[in-house]
Design a protein around this ligand. Structure first.
Ligand code: NAD
Length: 293
C-alpha cells in the first residue's frame, strides 16, 4: 500500500488514532476517518483527511481499514457490525488497538474465510509517539501482507517488527504492558523513597537515569510524577484492561507472573480510588495512600 494508491479507512480517532490518522495524511495517504464523536472527525478534516458517515461507509469505500479503538468490546462491535459482514477479498484489516490475542486470531480467521487478510498491529510509545510518528509497532499475521502494509506502519512508527502469526502482536504488547506497569510502580516507589529521606528529586532522578536503572519512564514521566501531574496520556482504565489481557494469557500458558500479578492488583486499587481516568503514572497515588502521605 503506497501513498496515492487507494483509500485508507481509519476508525477510532482518539488520543492515539487522531494523530496517527493525521500522520498518514502527512505521509501522502488519502484517509477516510470515522469516530463515534464528531470533534475527533473535525480534527481529521482540519488535518487534511475526509470523514465517513459511519463505519460501514468506511468498509464499503476502503482497500485498507485501520482500527484504533479502546478494547475488545469496541473492536468486536465494529468488526461484527461493519467490517466483516460484506468484506471484499482484496481488503486488508489492520487492528492497532490493544485487545486479547484470542480476538485478533478470531478476526484473522474470519477475514480469511472471505479471502481477505487481517493483521494485529498494536503499538507502544504513547500519545507523544503517536504525534511524532515514532511508535513501536508489533505485528502479527501473514508476513506477505505485513510487507505490503509496511508503508502504512512507517507513516506512524519507527520500530516496526513482524513478530509471528495472528495474535502474536497482541502477545508482545501484553509483555510491553507488564514492563511499563512494573517500571511505573518501581519509579513511584523510588520517588517516594527519595522524598521520605528529604533528597532533592531533580539531581537524584537525573543521576539514576544515567546508570543501569535508567529507563524511559524515568526520562519521560518522572518530572510530572514528582509534580503530581497525572493528565493522560494513557489512562489507568486502559492499563487495567491490558493487565487483564496479560494475566489471562499467562494463565493460559500455565505461567506464573508474581510481580505482574501485584501490579495488576495495584491498577485495580487505583480504579477503586477513582483514579481510572488519570495517567497510568498515577499508580504513585496508591503508594502515597498506603504510606499515609
Ligand atoms: P481513546 O479512548 O482516546 O480513543 C478511542 C476512540 O475510539 C475514541 O475517540 C472513541 O470515541 C472511539 N470509539 C469508541 N468506540 C467506537 C465505535 N464503536 N465506533 C467508532 N469510534 C469509536 O483511546 P486511545 O488512548 O486512543 O487508545 C486506543 C487503543 O490504543 C487502546 O486499545 C489502547 O489500549 C491503545 N494504546 C493507547 C496508548 C495511549 O498512550 N493512549 C498507547 C498505546 C496503545
Amino acid at each position: 500500500m503506497q501513498p496515492g494508491n487507494g483509500l485508507i479507512g481509519f476508525i477510532g480517532l482518539g488520543v492515539m488514532g487522531g494523530p496517527m490518522a493525521a500522520n498518514l495524511v502527512r505521509a501522502g495517504f488519502d484517509v477516510l476517518g470515522y469516530n463515534r464523536s464528531t470533534p475527533a472527525m473535525d480534527r481529521l478534516r482540519d488535518a487534511g483527511g475526509t470523514v465517513a458517515t459511519d463505519a460501514a461507509d468506511v468498509a464499503a469505500r476502503c482497500d485498507v481499514v485501520v482500527t484504533m479503538l479502546p478494547d475488545d468490546l469496541a473492536v468486536s462491535a465494529v468488526y461484527d457490525e461493519a467490517l466483516l459482514p460484506k468484506l471484499r477479498p482484496d481488503v486488508v484489516l489492520v487492528d492497532m488497538s490493544t485487545v486479547t490475542p484470542a480476538l485478533s486470531r478470531d478476526i484473522a480467521s474470519r477475514a480469511a474465510t472471505s479471502g481477505a487478510m487481517a493483521l494485529d498491529a498494536p503499538v507502544s510509545g504513547g500519545e507523544q509517539g503517536a504525534i511524532e510518528a515514532t511508535l513501536s509497532v508489533m505485528v502479527g499475521g501473514d508476513p506477505t501482507t505485513f510487507e505490503r502494509m509496511l508503508p502504512v506502519f512507517q507513516a506512524v512508527g519507527k520500530t516496526i517488527n513482524h513478530v509471528g502469526e495472528a495474535g502474536a502482536g497482541q502477545t508482545v504488547k501484553a509483555a510491553n504492558q507488564l514492563l511499563v506497569g512494573g517500571i511505573i510502580e518501581l519509579v513511584s516507589e523510588a520517588i517516594l523513597f527519595l522524598e521520605a529521606h528529604g533528597i532533592e528529586q531533580g539531581p537524584a532522578l537525573e543521576v539514576l537515569s544515567g546508570g543501569l536503572a535508567g529507563n524511559r519512564i524515568l526520562e519521560r514521566k518522572s518530572a510530572a510524577m514528582v509534580a503530581r501531574e497525572f493528565k493522560p496520556g494513557f489512562r489507568i482504565d486502559l492499563h487495567h484492561k491490558d493487565m487483564g489481557i496479560l494475566m489471562s494469557a499467562a494463565r493460559d500458558a500455565n505461567l506464573p507472573l508474581p510481580l505482574g500479578a501485584i501490579v495488576a492488583q495495584l491498577f485495580i486499587a487505583s480504579r477503586a480510588r477513582g483514579d481510572g481516568g488519570l495517567d497510568h503514572s498515577a499508580l504513585l497515588r496508591n503508594l502515597e495512600a498506603l504510606a499515609g502521605r
